[in-house]
Design a protein around this ligand. Structure first.
Ligand code: ACO
Length: 324
C-alpha cells in the first residue's frame, strides 16, 4: 500500500477585516466578552468572492509553489459547509477555474471536521492506487450563513480557505493514522442552511436559507470530551502516545476549548498553535490555514509528528496523525 505525503500547503483569506469593536457598534457585544470567551479579536469577511473564488486562489498557490501542472491532478476535494451552490459542486468550479482537465472533483460536507474527513478520503484514493496527485481544500464563506443580528453566533465565524497537495510518499513522511467519528443523534446541536421540503403541494418555494443555530454549551462539552478521545485513539493506531506529537493543529473554534483539550491530555499549550484571534472560526478552512502558517514560519519541520483534528457540526470529530 502506498504511503501518503503532504507535498505543499497554502491558504488565502479575504482582505476585509472586521474587528470586535466593529461588531460592538452593530450589536450588544464587546471586545472584552468576545476575547475572553473565545480568543477571537478579528475575522476576515468576503463581500463578493464566493467559496470557489477563495478555493481557486489556494489552488493556484498550491500549483505555483509545488511546480505541479493542473493537468497532472487526479482528484480535487473541497470540504465546505458553505458551497457556492447545491450544484455545481464548489470543487467542480475550482477544477474548471484552474483547468485541471484530468481531475475528478467533488465536495465533502462534514462542517468543521470537513478538512479531516476530506484528508482521509483523499488518502484512501492514494493508498488504493486510484489517484496519485490529489488536492484537498477547505474553504468557507460563513458570513453568508450568519444572522448578523444574533450576537451569540455572529461574533464567532470568519471566511477563508486553505489546502494541501497529497501524493504517494517515497521517504519517511507519511500519514500514520486517521480516526473519524460521527454522532448523528446530536445533529440538531449545530445547524446552518437548513433546507426544508415544501409544506404543501402548490406552495411557492420560499427559498430561505437558515442562519447558524448552535447549542454552544453542548458543542463545547462535545469538543472537550471527544477531541482528546479521538487524538488518543489515533495516536494508539499510529503506535505512539499523545506526548510524542510535536504540533497539534486543532480546529480553531474557541481558544478556551483548545486550552481544555491540552489540559486533558496533560500537555503544554506550546504544542497547540492558536491563530483564532486573527480569523475566528473558519470551519473546514481553519486547520489548513493554521497548518500553512506553521509550515511557512518553519515551525513545522520535516520528520516531526503533527496531529490534525477537527470537530463540529454533525456532530463530528476527525483526527490524523502525520509524520510531516
Ligand atoms: N456578547 C456579549 N454577550 C453575549 C454574547 C456576545 N456576543 N453572546 C452571548 N452573550 C451572553 C449570553 O446571552 C449570556 O447572557 P446571560 O448570562 O445573561 O444569559 C452570557 O453571555 C453567557 O453566554 P454563554 O452562552 O453561557 O457563554 P459561553 O461562555 O458558553 O460562551 C460560546 C459561548 C463562545 C459560544 C461557547 O459556548 C463555545 O465556544 N461553544 C462551542 C462553539 C463551537 O465550538 N462551535 C464549533 C462549531 S464549528 C462548526 O461545526 C461550524
Amino acid at each position: 500500500m502506498e504511503k501518503v505525503k503532504i507535498i505543499q500547503t497554502a491558504h488565502y483569506v479575504p482582505e476585509m477585516v472586521v474587528t470586535n469593536d466593529d461588531l460592538s457598534s452593530m450589536m450588544a457585544t464587546s471586545d472584552e466578552w468576545i476575547s475572553k470567551r473565545t480568543g477571537i479579536k478579528r475575522r476576515h469577511i468576503s463581500l463578493s468572492a464566493n467559496t470557489s473564488d477563495l478555493c481557486t486562489k489556494v489552488a493556484q498557490e498550491l500549483l505555483c509553489a509545488s511546480g505541479w501542472q493542473a493537468s497532472e491532478l487526479d482528484l480535487i476535494i473541497v470540504a465546505t459547509m458553505s458551497p457556492d451552490a447545491y450544484t455545481p459542486a464548489t470543487a467542480a468550479i475550482v477544477q474548471g477555474n484552474i483547468n485541471a482537465a484530468n481531475a475528478f472533483a467533488f465536495d465533502l460536507g462534514a462542517a468543521c471536521s470537513g478538512f479531516a474527513y476530506a484528508f482521509d478520503v483523499a488518502s484512501q484514493f492514494i493508498t488504493s492506487g486510484r489517484a496519485q496527485k490529489v488536492m484537498v481544500l477547505g474553504g468557507e464563506v460563513l458570513s453568508k450563513l450568519v444572522d448578523w443580528e444574533d450576537r451569540t453566533t455572529a461574533v464567532l465565524f470568519g471566511d477563508g480557505a486553505g489546502g494541501v497537495l497529497l501524493a504517494p510518499s517515497t521517504d519517511q513522511a507519511a500519514v500514520l493514522a486517521s480516526d473519524l467519528r460521527t454522532f448523528g443523534q446530536e445533529a440538531a446541536k449545530l445547524s446552518a442552511g437548513v433546507n426544508p421540503p415544501l409544506a404543501a403541494w402548490g406552495e411557492v418555494n420560499p427559498r430561505t436559507i437558515s442562519a447558524f443555530a448552535m447549542d454552544g454549551h453542548a458543542v463545547y462539552n462535545f469538543a472537550t470530551r471527544e477531541v482528546p478521545a479521538s487524538l488518543r485513539r489515533a495516536c494508539h493506531q499510529a503506535g505512539i502516545t499523545v506526548d510524542k506529537v510535536d504540533h497539534f493543529i486543532l480546529h480553531q473554534a474557541n481558544e478556551r476549548i483548545i486550552k481544555v483539550i491540552a489540559k486533558r491530555l496533560q500537555l503544554p499549550m506550546e504544542r497547540f498553535a492558536v491563530n483564532i484571534s486573527e480569523y475566528g472560526n473558519t470551519s473546514a478552512a481553519s486547520e489548513p490555514i493554521l497548518l500553512d502558517e506553521l509550515v511557512k514560519q518553519k515551525q513545522i519541520k520535516r520528520g516531526q509528528i503533527i496531529a490534525l483534528s477537527g470537530f463540529g457540526g454533525g456532530l463530528t470529530v476527525g483526527t490524523q496523525i502525520i509524520r510531516y
